[in-house]
Design a protein around this ligand. Structure first.
Ligand code: HEM
Length: 196
């Protein structure tokens, strides 16, 4: 594992510091309760004969990485996926008519977004039933995204729930007005105004 970035100095910015304290608090080994899944406690107590336990620095860095990689990315991709699907309401209607397309539509939204995305000439046509769809949204090789199956599950769940509960969902602003957020791990939209 690479060492934590040092650009924030030894004390770090307040938000980074709070995040570090939070992860550190949750990394203290605690008695396990039946059925409890506790990744940070497991990491804090895991070692084998060849490898020493993670140092506190490594543990906190791993926790921070998982929190940021696991939250900011998916949150933004949910907004972009919904905007992409609503940008042409025929896409939404098609999913309403055939929700079994949701898994393929999620892959297509990931593929489409990994390239320029909304408002910019598209990477080919957006085809909700594209299969196979070997896109590179999660990278490739030994360092391909560790969270990709979680992301797929989350995006499929969100889409199923929205289709079921808000079938009349539509964009409340022209797609040209949607503003991109830069400087994030996977980028996002500053807001996605909708009505139903
Ligand atoms: C839509 C959401 C996400 C996208 C688009 C995404 C994309 C990526 C990409 C492109 C990489 C780099 C792959 C490479 O270097 O070849 C990566 C790495 C990684 N992702 Fe994600 N990711 C997402 C969500 C998540 C989530 C939810 C988690 C964890 C809960 C996660 C954990 C990681 C980790 C740990 C790595 C580093 C893997 C390694 O270096 O071995 N990601 N992700």
């Amino acid at each position: 594992m690479s060492p934590p970035p040092t650009t924030t100095g030894s004390r770090g910015r307040p938000r980074t510091r709070r995040l570090r304290l939070l992860v550190r608090r949750h990394s203290q080994p605690r008695p396990l309760r039946p059925g409890r899944v506790d990744l940070l406690s497991d990491l804090a107590t895991a070692w084998d004969d060849d490898e020493p336990p993670l140092s506190e620095r490594e543990l906190v860095f791993t926790g921070q990485t998982l929190l940021i990689a696991g939250h900011e990315t998916t949150t933004n991709v949910i907004g972009k996926m919904v905007a992409l699907l609503l940008a042409d309401r025929r896409r939404w209607e098609r999913l309403l008519a055939d929700p079994s397309l949701v898994p393929l539509a999620v892959e297509e939204a990931l593929r489409f977004d990994a390239e320029p995305g909304i408002g910019v000439p598209a990477p080919g046509e957006m085809r909700l039933d594209r299969s196979p769809n070997p896109h590179l949204a999660f990278g490739a090789g030994p360092h391909a995204c560790l969270g990709q199956e979680l992301v797929r599950t989350e995006l499929r769940t969100v889409l199923h729930v929205l289709l079921r509960r808000l079938p009349s969902l539509e964009l409340a602003a022209p797609t040209a007005d949607l503003r991109r957020l830069e400087g994030l791990a996977v980028g996002g939209l500053s807001e996605v105004p909708v009505r139903w």
